[in-house]
Design a protein around this ligand. Structure first.
Ligand code: NCD
Ligand code: ZN
Length: 345
């Protein structure tokens, strides 16, 4: 049987939620990844180091016995974030970045930033203290077509941020367009991007053609095929600016399968399997290890992991759902065949 062994990977962008959902999804991530950048968009959001430490304890307590996994916490940037909080975050051993959500851009982003220029003093402090800024790169203008929101953000906001703060390390999260890829490529070495499995594997037909499929709906929304091709090329190029971030974002099946469904794909249960399928589709399995296990750690200035994981080329059926009845989560590719499988340790 064909197998692939790589250094243990990290997930540089994930939503693990809290409470019962956390308990359901966290074991999936802890099984695959050594570390993960934990998104702070809880209700209410995680805006202070003190809150992040409480959340971190909840995550550690939800880990299965013997799991070897480290949550890397982030803080949610708001107009009310203080310089003192940035200093506290930079000094904390557990907080690794700030997350910028344009207000209203995505799930639980109401408390986000409405006017990015107004927080420039905060960005200056982050630049000075060398703490990275993670960006959900979409404008929120209702007049702007949803398929254009990332491109418009890159042109109108991100270019100004990178021009004003050249030494600020920035991750443009879950890039979905050729324009975003081009921007990251042209920017200096402080600008990087994460790429999700769904944006590498699917184009918008998966969401909208032949029926509307809510479990493929996430933000930024999956784009047309030419963008998928650009993302695949970037992810498999061996360029260290592009690394793994699943954006696994669980919502209950009930909240996805409804008249106005939530944005977010649940991929953590088979994250590496999905990436392996995408990389194999362009004969680039040899590029998976650096994308999954090296470039993100290097960007965050953390040591690369030791130890390995192994994937086997063996097809299996993705489960229909995870979790108990009152908290059912339908994963990406539910009831569909996956080509690779993580070998049990
Ligand atoms: C995320 C979520 O559900 O928290 N949803 C998503 O579609 N990606 C938020 C986000 O990362 O945009
Ligand atoms: Zn996300």
């Amino acid at each position: 049987m064909k197998t692939l062994t790589i250094t243990r990977p990290d997930d540089w962008h994930i939503h693990v939620r809290t409470g019962a959902i956390l308990k359901t999804v966290l074991p999936h991530t802890a099984r695959q990844f050594a570390r993960a950048i934990i998104m702070p968009n809880l209700k209410p959001p995680v805006t202070t180091v003190a809150q992040a430490l409480v959340y971190r304890d909840e995550i550690l307590a939800a880990l299965p016995e013997g799991a070897d996994f480290m949550p890397l916490m982030t803080l949610y940037l708001t107009a009310a974030t203080t310089l003192a909080e940035i200093q506290a975050a930079a000094a904390s051993a557990h907080v690794y970045a700030f997350k910028l959500y344009p207000a209203g851009a995505t799930t639980n982003s109401d408390a986000g930033v409405a006017d990015i220029r107004a927080i420039y003093p905060l960005l200056a402090e982050m630049e000075k203290l060398a703490i990275p800024l993670l960006i959900h790169g979409e404008v929120t203008d209702e007049q702007c077509d949803i398929f254009d929101r990332e491109k418009v953000f890159v042109d109108s906001q991100l270019s100004a941020i990178t021009a004003n703060f050249p030494a600020l390390r920035i991750v443009l999260e879950h890039v979905t367009t050729e324009e975003a890829v081009q921007f990251v490529l042209a920017a200096n070495a402080n600008v990087a991007a994460t790429i999700t499995p769904q944006h590498l594997l699917f184009n918008r037909n998966a969401v909208l053609a032949g029926g509307i499929r809510p479990h493929y709906y996430c933000l930024p929304i999956i784009k047309r095929e030419s963008h998928r091709q650009a993302l695949l090329k970037a992810a498999t190029s061996g360029n260290p600016k592009f690394f793994l971030g699943t954006d696994s974002a669980p919502h209950s099946t009930a909240l996805k399968e409804t008249a106005c469904g939530c944005a977010g794909c649940y991929s953590a249960y088979a994250a590496l399997e999905l990436y392996a399928e995408a990389f194999e589709s362009v004969n680039a399995l040899d590029k998976l290890e650096a994308f999954a296990s090296f470039y993100g750690a290097d960007f965050y200035r953390l040591p690369r992991n030791t130890g390995t994981i192994t994937l086997a080329k063996t097809s299996w059926l993705a489960p229909a759902s995870f979790g108990a009845d009152d908290l059912q989560i339908t994963p990406l590719k539910a009831n569909e065949t996956l080509a690779w499988q993580l070998v049990a340790l």
